[in-house]
Design a protein around this ligand. Structure first.
Ligand code: GUN
Length: 289
């Protein structure tokens, strides 16, 4: 039997419409238009597309956006100067520094320099710490999108064996933390796998919900998936055959019960949750004035 598709497109449209309605309400109440400043350093083609998509999504949701492009030779200090200016600008509510940054830039220092109140990616150590302690200010966009996808498709996580493949700061680690928290869309038994995991197929086959974010095209094969599992593919690999996920979709969809496609899956949710966080940042700054 072929798996049912978990449709990121219709869900992202729904999430974006909800954000747009909340933004309109906020503007009416406060007269303040939420504003996102996106910073793009260098000319990575993938990053250019992502940032452009974020800008377009803001516009549709009634959120103002600023685009700051810096050349690929930019130094850490130059980038810190811009971040400092955006931190102090009361018209800017959210700041997003698109990753990856060029090699010469100290990424940690830059992410730590973003004001925690404007940190719509939830990359600042203070915000990561708050997530770990279960009192988040912002939720990281991709893991939050996945939580919404599970919740709104009535896929229970309480007591489920969830296996996360990949331990990145952007997806794997925060995903595992959210799913292990107490409460709705949490309470899962979470295992995190990575390149040093022994007998990875045996571990992935134990998953009721398998979440894959390792950045290797078609890495998860059909024999690594338990029949009837839910498979969430976070991969976005640009190959000669086009955009390909981390899951061998045609083979795995014959084993899984539900599966996200690439494109049309998780990627679209990330942008929708960014809109949600930009509004949350504007609200925070409004109430702390
Ligand atoms: N690069 C890949 N994913 C992301 C993300 O969610 N936020 C930022 N800023 N950069 C990324």
């Amino acid at each position: 039997m072929s798996a049912a598709i978990l449709d990121g497109k219709s869900l992202s449209e729904q999430l974006r419409a909800e954000a747009a309605a909340e933004v309109a309400d906020f503007v009416k109440q406060t007269g303040v238009v939420p504003c996102l400043a996106a910073v793009l350093v260098g000319d990575d083609p993938g990053s250019q597309v992502y940032v452009r998509n974020k800008e377009k999504a803001c516009e549709k949701a009634g959120i103002a956006s600023q685009m700051h492009r810096l050349p690929k030779e930019t130094t850490t200090d130059e980038l810190l100067t811009l971040v400092d200016r955006l931190n102090r600008d009361p018209a800017v509510h959210g700041i997003l520094v698109q990753l990856p940054l060029p090699k010469q830039i100290d990424e940690r220092r830059v992410l730590e320099a973003v004001s925690p109140m404007k940190d719509v990616d939830a990359f600042h150590p203070e915000n990561v710490g708050r997530i770990v302690q279960g009192r988040p200010r912002f939720l990281p966009c991709t893991p939050h999108g996945i939580v919404e996808m599970l919740r709104r498709n009535n896929i229970p996580t309480a007591g489920a064996n969830v296996v996360v493949v990949g331990r990145s700061d952007i997806v794997g680690k925060p995903m595992a933390i959210l799913l292990m928290q107490r409460g709705p869309a949490g309470d899962a038994t979470v295992t995190v796998c990575h390149s040093r995991t022994r007998d990875l197929p045996a571990v992935t086959r134990s998953a009721d919900i398998l979440i894959v974010a390792i950045g290797q095209p078609k890495f998860i094969k059909a024999d690594m998936v338990k029949p009837g599992a839910v498979v969430i593919d976070v991969g976005m690999n640009r190959t000669e055959a086009g955009l390909v996920g981390d899951v061998d979709f045609p083979a795995v969809k014959e084993v899984a019960a539900r599966i996200t496609p690439v494109p049309g899956g998780v990627g679209l949710l990330t942008v929708a949750m960014l809109l949600h966080n930009t509004l949350a940042a504007a609200r925070l700054q409004q109430t702390s004035r």
